[in-house]
Design a protein around this ligand. Structure first.
Ligand SMILES: Cc1cc2nc3c(=O)[nH]c(=O)nc-3n(C[C@H](O)[C@H](O)[C@H](O)COP(=O)(O)OP(=O)(O)OC[C@H]3O[C@@H](n4cnc5c(N)ncnc54)[C@H](O)[C@@H]3O)c2cc1C
Length: 448
């Protein structure tokens, strides 16, 4: 087969990759390819689909080297695209919402920062249709699906050669520019490859914690005002940051399988609700010398949970967590202590989370849970369930210029897997910034 030549090959078809392609077409570039090892061009767009439109959520404007106005400008454009999908509906309204001010005051009384972004949601059950709708924006881009990039070589003419496997076949192609947007699932593959190409990178922080599941009646009071409320705590004892994240009213707790360990997560359907609400409570951990490898650190916690849970995540009643006592299976079937109020939506092993995580993290989580219970009474109800481990591995970070180009000319990065975002909207923004940089590199028009 003849080797194809592209101006740009985008690795990854998640929000970072798709929005980069949409912007490149808009800016007038041709010969664009999006590659993904999956058969369907979606990345994390098939999961839940909560959109947070707030410059403080899901991105770091310092890391992206943009100011608030630039971030908000791009968010408007991204919003226009997503909200053109009829089943993406607004779930949090912030304009003239007096209840938000009251909540914010209540949170600060208990030492927490409260952020309520404008939020929209389409639900996991609408994910495929949403992706088909987004793909409709792309008229000229080649999609090379079921195609995994294995290796990249920089050639003497400064172009790149990509070696890929497509099922049984090996294929290759050439590109003037590469955009790596491999998401968290491809982060370590790209990190290894980057080292071979002398692309600078270092370890970013990770978020380690638990997912709470409770009867939704205890939390509807707040999620009726803000679908996914963000509370940020600075803990008194250790001065660490703990935050709530990814709330799913009427949702389900889900398991992500990484082979040697499993993580918990959550989502919600649009058409079918459970009686529960779940959300993550996570503690940000950064490490310095002599051991800065947050990947290894996070994985060792995840593996400890895997070991203790017999290959499944651990589930614990909140009372047992407080006492540092293993939950028994009986505690999940009994009606004592009103345990029947919250039935688990996810299969996990009754165990002791406090045995699997460092004491400092457990201290921070417990302190934050107590503060949260003061803001939203009911969190500490005996029926509340805790699942572990919930870990967000945003642990690979690439230093870049303001267009997200790495130290190797022609290699751009975007999205969660390269430390440039932490969510769909942030990933889309980073894709747009990279697209602007790629246009400069390919000699086309500059940023608009
Ligand atoms: C259960 C769950 C629920 C979530 N809910 C939300 C939510 O409600 N709101 C929100 O904002 N975020 C949510 N997220 C996070 C969100 O999915 C990510 O932030 C987002 O998808 C990151 O986008 P990305 O483009 O960086 O990477 P991804 O969307 O992960 O896309 C990366 C793509 O690269 C491909 N790839 C990787 N390596 C290679 C390779 N070598 N060759 C070819 N292809 C490769 C992968 O197959 C993947 O399709 C959720 C995540 C999960 C797991």
């Amino acid at each position: 087969m003849k080797t194809k030549n592209y101006n740009v090959v985008i690795i990854g078809s998640g929000p970072a990759g798709l929005f980069a392609a949409i912007w490149l077409e808009k800016l007038g570039l041709d010969k664009i390819a999006v590659m993904d090892r999956s058969p369907y061009p979606a990345g994390g767009l098939l999961n839940d689909g909560k959109l947070n439109f707030d410059y403080r959520v899901g991105l770091d404007i310092e890391e992206l080297q943009i100011d608030r106005a630039a971030a908000e400008g791009m968010m408007q454009e991204i919003k226009q695209i997503f909200t053109g999908f009829p089943r993406c509906r607004q779930v949090t309204f912030i304009e003239n919402n007096k209840k938000l001010l009251a909540l914010s005051a209540m949170a600060s009384e208990h030492g927490a920062q409260f952020i309520a972004p404008e939020q929209w949601h389409w639900g996991t059950d609408n994910g495929k249709d949403l992706v088909d709708y987004l793909r409709g924006y792309l008229k000229k881009t080649d999609f090379l699906l079921n195609t995994e990039v294995i290796a990249i070589e920089k050639r003497s003419d400064n172009n790149f050669r990509l070696d890929c496997s497509a099922g049984e076949k090996r294929i290759n192609c050439n590109a003037r520019v590469i955009l790596a947007a491999p998401g968290r699932s491809g982060a370590y593959w790209f990190r290894d490859l980057a080292r071979k190409l002398n692309i600078r990178n270092n370890f970013g922080p990770i978020d380690v914690g638990i997912r709470l599941e409770l009867n939704r009646k205890s939390y509807d009071f707040i999620t009726d005002i803000v679908y996914d409320p963000k509370f940020i705590f600075k803990t008194g004892r250790h001065g660490d940051k703990v935050r709530t994240f990814c709330t799913n009213p009427g949702g389900r707790v889900r398991v992500e399988n990484y082979g040697t360990f499993k993580l918990v997560n959550g989502d919600a359907l649009s058409g079918k609700k459970t009686k529960n609400t779940n959300f993550a409570l996570i503690n940000t951990v950064a490490l310095t010398k002599p051991f800065s490898d947050t990947t290894e650190f996070g994985q060792s916690i995840a593996k400890q949970c895997f070991l203790l849970g017999g290959g499944r995540p651990i589930i614990q009643r909140i009372g047992d967590f407080r006492e540092g006592r293993r939950s028994s299976l009986a505690a999940f079937n009994s009606k004592t202590n009103h345990f029947e109020v919250c039935k688990a939506t996810c299969s996990a092993t009754p165990g002791d989370i406090t045995l699997a995580m460092p004491a400092r993290i457990i201290d921070n989580l417990w302190e934050s849970l107590k503060a949260l219970d003061k803001i939203i009474p009911g969190i500490l109800h005996p029926s509340t369930l805790l699942y572990a481990p919930e870990i967000k591995f945003f642990d690979t970070h690439f230093p870049t210029d303001r267009y997200l180009e790495t130290n190797v000319q022609g290699v751009f990065v975007a999205g969660d897997g390269t430390g440039k975002s932490r969510g769909i909207v942030g990933a889309a923004i980073s894709g747009i910034i990279a697209a602007q940089g790629i246009m400069r590199r390919c000699g086309g028009v500059n940023d608009r």
